[in-house]
Design a binder for this molecule. Structure first.
Ligand code: UGA
Length: 450
């Protein structure tokens, strides 16, 4: 089918590339001149495993092209995806200006074309309930074109976006027209493994499904994070509890890993948006508010733990931060726990030296010379009073810990992702403080304690 994707950011680029890979002819529209140039040169502007290769293949086969010209791109399109950002405003509400702008431009292009062909407009951006309905009535009023609007939220995770897109758990389509549902079913045909995984519902249910999914996942994490407080107090192990409850089929094992707080461009934004959406209907979502409060507190608690266990005043202490990305396998630092943790550490007068395999350049843009930057975790820890591990990069589990301990001012690790092994820490001579797990407090005397 002829598909146009408006907005080649994270969601648009992955969606467009994957649709091209299952045989559709995809035109990606990108307004940002630098990003467009990079796409046209065959360079993938984001770090996402497998995306660059898939982009190359589909550009070479002519299934994927990029342009800035929305009118030309809309001309033959049967399906037009709107994949523009809906970022949070300062007050936590959703900034709809990009989506409104894209909707208006598509509308103008359709008016100009004056065609009678059916065009299906697909809203992939995460939008508050009622948005698709409004877009549909706007298009109906403004253009004589034969248009349908469907909501089609995306559930991709950064780091596994290509796989998530090509092997989706479910495809959710919101709308009112059986014809639009049929078109979407045809579009996604190669990806529908079981019929029940292709779900149709009304616009509002689909829009809220997206927020509810992210809020539910964030809730599971915040719940486990809150449980770490009890684990720390009673000497319980959150990992044992995770296994203990995750094996209950009604609960399931995913998204129960405790840590120093969730981040990323989606959970914080969508949980906050859900809280605001509810205010529009005069209701305060108590549970959703609590998810956010627990997440914020978890980052503070992590720094307070460093302060308590450091064995010296935090002001003037040298803290080595391992991991800046909001999770492993990405260079994305949006709402990363590292942002808050580093800010708290600096506010308390600590000196911060940081490293990350992918996200350092992005973080440099935030902290500049307030932080010392190092290329690898071993150098980062030299002379430090403690390490704070904030991203679960797998390479951090296989470091030469004995050597690292010997070069530190005092060998202490605060593991904000519970990804190191207690026995290895003990053998290497570390004091080891995970989140909600038994600690290792070696009898070894810490070096250079004030
Ligand atoms: C999330 C959802 O998982 C996707 O389904 C959704 O499509 C996407 O948001 C979106 O709305 O666009 P993503 O933000 O890429 O995906 O990352 P996740 O893998 O969900 O991780 C989010 C945060 O939760 C990370 O900071 C991660 O470290 C944290 N997390 C995750 C935990 O603390 N514990 C866990 O058990 C899992």
């Amino acid at each position: 089918m002829d598909v146009t994707v408006i907005g080649c950011g994270y969601v648009g680029l992955v969606t467009g590339t994957c649709l091209a890979s299952i045989g559709h002819m995809v035109r990606g529209v990108e307004k940002d001149a630098r990003r467009l140039k990079s796409l046209q040169d065959g360079l993938c502007p984001i770090f996402e495993p497998g995306l660059h290769e898939l982009m190359q293949e589909n550009r070479a086969s002519g299934h994927l092209v990029f342009t800035e010209n929305i009118r030309a791109a809309v001309k033959d399109a049967e399906v037009i995806f709107l994949c523009v950002g809906t970022p949070p405003k300062d007050d936590g509400t959703v900034d709809m200006s990009y989506l409104e702008g894209a909707g208006k431009e598509v509308c103008d292009a359709l008016c100009e074309l004056n065609s009678n062909y059916l065009v299906t407009i697909v809203v992939k951006s995460t939008v508050p309930a009622g948005t698709n309905r409004k877009l549909y009535s706007f298009l109906k009023q403004q253009t004589k074109a034969y248009v349908q609007v469907v909501s089609n939220p995306e559930f991709l995770r950064e780091g596994s976006a290509v796989k998530d897109c090509l092997e989706p758990d479910r495809i959710v389509i919101g709308g009112e027209s059986p014809e639009a549902f049929r078109i979407m079913r045809r579009l996604y045909d190669p990806l529908v493994r079981r019929e029940e995984n292709f779900m149709t519902m009304n616009w509002e249910s689909s829009e809220l499904t997206k927020y509810a999914a992210n809020a539910m996942l964030a809730a599971r994490i915040s719940f486990m994070n809150e449980m770490t407080i009890l684990c720390d107090s009673y000497g319980a192990d959150i990992e044992d509890i995770r296994k203990g409850i995750g094996s209950d089929a009604r609960i399931g094992p995913a998204f129960l890993r405790a840590g120093c707080g969730y981040g990323g461009s989606c959970f914080p934004k969508d949980v906050s948006a859900l809280a605001h959406i509810s205010q529009h209907v005069g209701y305060e979502m108590l549970f959703v508010n609590a998810i956010q409060t627990v997440n914020q507190n978890q980052k503070k608690r992590f720094v307070e733990k460093i302060e308590q266990k450091l064995g010296r005043p935090i002001a003037g202490a040298k803290i080595a931060v391992w991991g800046l990305a909001f999770k492993a396998d990405t260079d994305d630092i949006r709402e990363s726990a590292a942002l808050d943790v580093i800010r708290y550490l600096l506010d308390k007068g600590a000196t911060v030296r940081a490293t990350d395999p992918k996200a350092m350049e992005n973080m440099k843009g935030v902290f500049r010379d307030q932080v010392e930057w190092t290329n690898d975790p071993v150098t980062c820890a030299v002379g430090a009073d403690a390490v704070a591990l904030l991203t679960d990069w797998p390479q951090y589990t296989t470091l030469p810990f004995r050597k690292i301990a010997a070069t530190m001012s005092s060998p202490i690790i605060f593991d904000g992702r519970n990804c190191l092994h207690r026995d290895i820490m003990r053998e290497a001579g570390f004091q080891y403080y995970p989140m909600g797990r038994p600690v290792v407090e070696n009898s070894l005397r810490l070096k250079n304690r004030g």
